[in-house]
Design a protein around this ligand. Structure first.
Ligand code: PEP
Ligand code: MG
Length: 311
């Protein structure tokens, strides 16, 4: 799409002391790329590929997928685009992947687990991504959802490299992955924290269930401690750590995440300008101090209040 390629490059996100914090877009279809660029996205931190599959009764062809990925990638020449392979199951069920009834689908065969059970679908998706990558100038990163173990990380990154995809990483959205982030990052090139699911699984509260919605708050210090664990592992191993859950779109929480070691934030494009402005008002030292205050709280509300007071 030439219109996107022709617009001026966005101002990179940065803290008050000049520390760069990449501000990226969460996208659900290629057609949303032009708007994201117009709103200053430096690239894409989460491209959800479910749109290609959700209305279908069978998996889309490699050709249909390649065309969609090419449209996306061509909107971001020279820029990072993180594409997540299919995240089916739980809140995103697919008839041809998730056929067995499960009492607890959020704890079931979803994300990478479902793809491994139908590996041909994963292989076709990687084939289509590699073809689109070869035809475009974007910096394509691929990642897997719902990774819970080192073995799954090694499996996915090896498979992606088999297809010539150079940068392969994982979403950290299960507490086990956050706790073992240093082990997972020994295999993965990067980690992207999905705070929506990470909060659901840390708090044991179904993200779709209104009666437990008060637990679904990424400000909870238990969630923040897990983010800190991933941030530490990324720094120790020199591997990028980003956040692509809703938490990244909350300007003060974005400051906290950066203080915990997160180097890129991906969000709905409409949220970019507020987060950009708030980050520009804080130095890295201040962000770390604000994060310490939030971490020391007993619950989500006190963490938020402590961060506000420390800011
Ligand atoms: C998340 O879980 O935080 C995430 C970004 O993925 P999704 O919302 O698509 O599950
Ligand atoms: Mg998720």
């Amino acid at each position: 799409d030439r219109r996107a390629a022709d617009t001026a490059p966005p101002t990179p996100g940065a803290l008050a002391d000049g520390t760069p914090i990449a501000l990226l877009a969460n996208l659900g279809k290629p057609g949303d790329a032009v708007d994201a660029v117009a709103r200053g996205a430096e690239g894409v931190g989460l491209f959800r590929t479910e749109f290609l599959f959700l209305s279908a009764s069978q998996a889309p062809t490699v050709t249909a997928q390649r065309d969609a990925y090419r449209e996306l990638l061509s909107a971001f020449p020279g820029r990072k685009v993180v594409v997540r392979v299919l995240d089916a199951g739980a809140d995103k069920p697919l008839p041809f992947l998730n056929d067995a009834h499960e009492e607890n689908p959020a704890l079931g065969l979803r994300g990478l687990r479902a793809l491994r059970a139908s590996e041909d679908i994963l292989r076709e998706q990687l084939t289509a991504l590699a073809e689109a990558d070869a035809e475009t100038e974007a910096d394509l990163w691929v990642m897997a959802p719902m990774v819970a173990t080192v073995e799954e990380t090694a499996y996915f990154t090896a498979l992606a490299r088999e297809y010539g995809l150079r940068t392969a990483g994982i979403m950290v959205e299960v507490p086990s992955s956050a706790l073992l982030a240093d082990r997972l990052l020994a295999h993965a090139d990067f980690a992207s924290i999905g705070t929506n699911d990470l909060t659901q699984y840390t708090m044991a509260a179904d993200r779709l269930l209104g009666s437990v919605a008060s637990f679904q708050d990424p400000w909870h210090p238990a969630v923040l401690r897990l983010v800190a664990e991933v941030g530490r592992a990324g720094a120790a191993l020199g591997k990028p750590v980003g956040v692509c859950g809703e938490a990244a779109a909350d300007p003060l929480l974005a400051v906290v995440l950066v203080g915990l070691g997160v180097g890129s934030l991906s969000m709905a494009p409409a949220a970019l300008s507020d987060v950009r402005r708030t980050l520009s008002l804080h130095t890295l030292d201040q962000a770390r101090r604000i994060a310490e205050a939030a971490l020391a709280a007993d619950d989500a509300a006190s963490a938020r209040a402590a961060a506000q007071a420390a800011g």
